[in-house]
Design a binder for this molecule. Structure first.
Ligand code: AHM
Ligand code: MG
Length: 349
């Protein structure tokens, strides 16, 4: 019989990979895993909303029924607060940073950036949603934690990952030594190692972009989409198009099957839609650690300087060869010095 390795066991075994590890990061990852199981339970009940009560209404126990993204946010914050390893949280759901100032967290070294429930508009129609998380070490224990500690480049992430609440629930994460995937076994309530050392295919045949906005896209993206649609048996074109509308699901598919996910800048969202800190950076770290590539169309996402917690960035993530090809189209048809190319001209250290 094959040995089952749970997320908890795996994290502890991998702890030895970190020269400075004293178990804090392992505990932090475990806290995130526990909160995601609680969120998973509620996500699975989403279809029962007509029976249990609409959001905003009062349910049978006299409790106000919360929107799932608010609920997920509360669960992760509460798990991180009580876990004691996290001193500050940046969440998509909170305009401001959350400082955890308690006895147990005074020695806490880690900062978590999180999108507690990404793609939450898909909940109502029973389509996959996800949680995305990114972990940094605070820069110094000698000065009070501040916004500067989270405004670090993606390259400085010590761990990152996502949970996909899909046909099965999976947690995929990296600590910079490859990417590993765990599937939740509902019968025992444990994430079990199901996708060890994930490798994203170097190329693929699926492109994923919201083509409804085609008219607003930069010329480079328009030309790349046309390239994907041209018939050329030698490169297996035309490619297939898939767009779930949950970045976690679209990127997870690309990770497993190969492909490219694009959310570009466009005339109606000049910086793109996705957030650098808790969407683009963690998804890029996971993709790169699986051999994929992550770019804003011109440069590596992980090198972009973070200047604001809710900063946005265009995103091209997926199979390395496909992302490189899309970058070629951007360089040729929307060069960085063009008005389109300079829309997102952020500093790179
Ligand atoms: P959200 O964080 O408000 O849920 O938005 C992020 C989501 C991504 O998961 C997804 O890729 C994208 O928004 C879809 O946006 P659009 O409907 O513009 O294609
Ligand atoms: Mg989001």
């Amino acid at each position: 019989m094959t040995k089952v390795i749970t997320l908890g066991q795996f994290i502890i075994e991998r702890q030895a990979d970190f020269p400075y590890a004293k178990g804090e990061l392992s505990r932090l990852l475990r806290d995130i895993g526990i909160a995601s199981k609680i969120v998973n339970r509620e996500v699975n009940k989403a279809g029962l909303v007509d029976i249990l009560g609409e959001t905003g209404s009062v349910n049978i126990q006299g409790e106000r029924v919360k929107k799932l993204d608010v609920y997920a946010n509360e669960q992760f914050i509460s798990a991180l607060k009580s876990g004691g390893e996290c001193c500050m949280i940046a969440s998509e759901e909170n305009e401001e940073l959350i400082f955890i100032d308690s006895e147990i967290s005074s020695e806490a070294k880690y900062i978590v950036a999180i999108d507690p429930l990404d793609g939450s508009s898909n909940i109502d129609v029973n389509v996959s949603v996800g949680t995305i998380f990114s972990i940094y070490r605070r820069r110094s224990m000698d000065v009070p934690v501040s916004a500067e500690d989270v405004l670090q480049r993606g390259l400085r992430q010590v761990a990152a990952g996502y949970v996909i609440y899909g046909s099965s629930t999976m947690l995929v994460y990296t600590t910079g030594c490859g990417t590993n995937g765990f599937t939740l076994d509902p019968s025992i309530g444990e994430f079990c190692l199901s996708h060890p050392d994930l490798k994203m295919p170097q190329t693929g045949t699926i492109y994923s972009v919201n083509e409804g906005y085609y008219v607003h896209f930069p010329e480079g993206v328009k030309k790349y989409i046309k390239y994907c649609q041209v018939e050329d048996p030698s490169t297996q074109r035309p490619y297939t198009s898939r767009y779930v509308g949950s970045a976690v699901a679209d990127i997870h598919r690309s990770l497993i099957k190969g492909g490219i996910f694009i959310y570009p800048s466009s005339s109606h969202v000049p910086q793109g839609k996705l957030r650098l800190l808790y969407e683009a950076n963690p998804l890029s770290f996971v993709a790169e650690q699986a051999g994929g590539r992550a770019s804003d169309g011109y440069r590596r996402i992980l090198e972009i300087k973070t200047t604001a917690i809710h900063q946005r960035t265009p995103v091209f993530i997926g199979s390395a060869e496909m992302v490189k090809k899309a970058e070629e189209f951007m360089a040729r048809y929307s060069p960085r010095n063009s008005p389109e190319g300079s829309l997102n001209d952020l500093l790179v250290e």
